[in-house]
Design a protein. Structure first.
Length: 442
């Protein structure tokens, strides 16, 4: 039982004279001579000249009760029942990254670069209203404010292209006509990152003389020369991309790619030899990706496959086995290649070339062989941008969806951010440079 003392016993034991506080009336032992208030609170009240309410006096050796500790705030990632909230939270996060991106210079001038408009979600609408194009974006999460744009003909703010990214909605034939008159391609990309359709643009038809020269190049050796140059440029660009990766294996891989460049300088008589060199170079190039980590958070409550912790490997682009991605990075790459394909296709048609007549890829109806050929030296550039985006961000499991068949899909807002970070206009300029150079000038 706690022992209690009278005021006199307390005075004898501590060899000090107890004092009554002038403000609250409690009895206390002063720490210094002349002290008339019991605490800092009473001192502040005394200095302010305002009265202080009487507080409870405590017995000797009785400790003051501790103030209640604030409850720790629960993060959305720690709540296993908030999947919908997490989905919406990640959408707001990726939208915020777009607003935090560096502002473009001269954004209010007519000389500003026209940027693509990416639409995603459910319920996208494009219609003509009193001569203007009225665009309404879709919904990707709830709650969400509806985005709308009104585009006037001839305005410098008209986008360079409109990309429909894994969406549904409606448009009219008048919209296609309006886009064609303004030179704005309409690109449709599905959830696998495949360019489903490219509509509109400047309407340039295939030049008959160029098409004839393309066909002759398949037999006169010019097509083989083009194929060698494209793969050489691709390997050089792959070496530049490897230099940006945080892996100790990059130096050895760059040396192996040098060997591939030496093989391309040797005597080559058939396209199959070029494809074999490309396949070996691709294996060395993508073999480094195994050691590049992906930054994650929130995986304690929402586990992810072990393969997602690192950048996944891809194979040769001639095998056709990379469309159905099962990990996040390859899913992003599929979107990047789809945008690249649409830009190369637009540049190819604008140059008057037939996109079906190619040299590295097999020519068959419905296959854009020349587009795939011209994409080869630009793929490492798309890789570099995607890998840079992956290395500078921290992801959560809610940024991706894993289907019952094991396919990986991106959060719609994240996919939109990835497309905007690719800078499609610059990719198109690079594609135009590839078309204008070397043996492609038939």
């Amino acid at each position: 039982m706690r022992e209690e003392y009278s005021l006199r016993d307390y005075h004898k034991r501590n060899q000090a004279e107890p004092v009554i506080c002038e403000l609250c009336g409690s009895v206390f032992l002063p720490d210094a001579p002349g002290l008339t208030v019991c605490s800092l609170d009473c001192y502040d009240a005394h200095e302010a000249g305002r009265p202080k309410q009487k507080v409870r006096t405590y017995r000797i050796n009785e400790s003051r009760p501790e103030a209640p500790r604030p409850k720790p705030q629960t993060r959305p990632e720690d709540n296993p029942l908030a999947d919908d909230e997490l989905w919406a939270a990640r959408a707001k996060y990726w939208q915020g990254t777009e607003s935090r991106s560096p502002a473009r210079k001269n954004a209010n001038r007519r000389t500003s670069e026209r940027r693509p408009l990416v639409l995603t979600g459910h319920g996208v609408q494009l219609r003509i209203d009193r001569g203007t194009l009225f665009v309404r974006n879709g919904f990707t999460h709830y709650p969400q404010a509806r985005e709308e744009w009104r585009l006037f003909p001839g305005d410098w703010r008209v986008p360079s292209r409109i990309i429909l990214l894994d969406t549904d909605g409606s448009l009219s034939l008048h919209v296609i006509k309006w886009l064609s008159e303004q030179g704005v391609p309409l690109v449709m990309i599905d959830w696998q990152g495949k360019a489903v359709s490219v509509i509109g643009g400047d309407g340039t038809a295939t030049d008959p003389e160029l098409r004839r020269a393309q066909l002759e190049a398949r037999n006169n050796g010019r097509g083989l020369k083009l194929a060698i140059q494209l793969i050489r440029d691709k390997i050089i660009a792959s070496q530049e991309t490897l230099k940006t990766l945080p892996s100790a294996r990059c130096k050895a891989a760059i040396g192996k790619l040098d060997r591939a460049l030496r093989e391309l300088r040797g005597p080559i008589a058939r396209i199959e030899q070029v494809m074999l060199i490309e396949a070996r170079a691709a294996a060395d190039y993508f073999g480094v990706w195994y050691t590049v980590p992906v930054n994650w958070k929130g995986i304690e409550r929402h586990p992810i496959p072990d393969e997602w912790r690192f950048v996944g490997k891809r194979g040769s682009f001639f095998s056709g086995r990379n469309r159905h991605s099962t990990d996040p990075v390859n899913a992003m790459l599929n979107y990047a290649y789809a945008v690249l394909e649409s830009e190369v296709l637009t540049a190819t048609v604008a140059a008057g070339l037939d996109p079906i007549i190619g040299y590295l890829h097999t020519c068959r109806p419905g296959r854009l062989a020349l587009v795939y050929d011209l994409m080869e030296p630009l793929r490492p550039e798309a890789d570099r941008r995607v890998l840079g985006f992956v290395g500078s961000n921290i992801f959560t499991p809610q940024d991706f969806l894993l289907s019952t068949s094991g396919l990986c899909r991106l959060h719609p807002v994240l996919a939109k951010v990835v497309l905007n970070r690719l800078n499609a206009s610059e990719l198109r300029r690079l594609a135009e440079d590839v078309i204008r150079q070397g043996p492609l000038r038939f």
